[in-house]
Ligand binder design. Sequence first.
Ligand SMILES: *[C@@H]1O[C@H](CO)[C@@H](O)[C@H](O)[C@H]1NC(C)=O
Ligand SMILES: *[C@@H]1O[C@H](CO)[C@@H](O)[C@H](O)[C@H]1NC(C)=O
Length: 342
Amino acid sequence: MRLFSIFLTLLPTALSVPFQTLDFTPYGFTPRADPSLTGYLGVFFLGDKPSVYFYLSNGNNAISMKALNKGNPVINPTKGTRGVRDPSIIAGGGSEAAKKWYIIGTDLEIGKTTWDAAQRTGSRGIFVWESTDLINWTNERLVTVEDATAGMVWAPSAIWDAEKGQYLVHWASKFYPTSDPQHKGSPSAIRIRYAHTTDFKTFSAPADYINKSPTNIIDLDILSLGSNAYARFMKDESAKTVFTEVSSNGLFGTWTRPGGANAVIASGVEGPAVYWDNQVEGRAHLLLDYYGSDGYRPYESTDVKGGKWSASDRSAFPKNLRHGSVLPVNGTMVSALGVKWS
Ligand SMILES: *[C@@H]1O[C@H](CO)[C@@H](O)[C@H](O)[C@H]1NC(C)=O
Ligand SMILES: *[C@@H]1O[C@H](CO)[C@@H](O)[C@H](O)[C@H]1NC(C)=O
């Protein structure tokens, strides 16, 4: 009994070891200032233009960006609906760290369908492109990840799962009963699904990752905090808010919502895209898509675990960028991107 209470007293201390003192993954996701990282590559789609657009930071400023390729798309999909939304750029992990990058996205050209049809009989595939230099994007593919009971596969993203030694890929789907093969009736709530992959070609059988039924959840993005701790950001598609949860014990650990069950970062937003600052230790940035207004606006935090986020100065952030993601990049990449697409 006495030992037990001592343990309980010590536990909070053990859990609150400052994360700055622990080890981190070597590239891409680090809460430490990293002098080798001198810019940011943003990949987005634009409201009525479902292609992948590249943006590069002005200098090493995380919330100031300019269009590359004179504002023209860098990737136009040629498969499926021929429209890609929600592009997510994924840094390689394990043996692919600093050697391989992927862009994955939703197969949806909303101009050719309706929001209702897109959720009943939408694409069950995710777009994938890959690159070894961030310049040359090849091997376009559309990989089906759900069976015919799914109404759609939305906003895929991924993170290197170091414990598993594979990429954890996740997306949002809703499901219809097998007795309703035409998907005319009522579906399940929308939940976040996941699968593991080593190559973005072959995926493990999908399973639930976040199921808050009857609340609909879409648009998950995950930030590594180091030492097997993570923060994740998602949209409550029922309440139209974005909120955060944190785990100190891994991607499949115990997730809690800092600030309580009703805490939100902002309302009327979607498509959270999170990334560490290159220069200020412990500072993170979060883009939130004001989808009914002017698209992405930047937020920032120096207390990601505490879930404390505030609006950043957005005077240098371009307007009307929609759900995408941002990758910190080094000087070699900044130069190459500038040469190729200025
Ligand atoms: C940037 O990263 C690439 C590998 O991803 C590496 O080849 C290159 O040397 C790095 N450049 C700098 C300036 O660190
Ligand atoms: C782009 O990558 C592909 C596949 O790796 C390669 O065959 C091709 O030569 C590359 N093109 C350029 C311009 O580097």
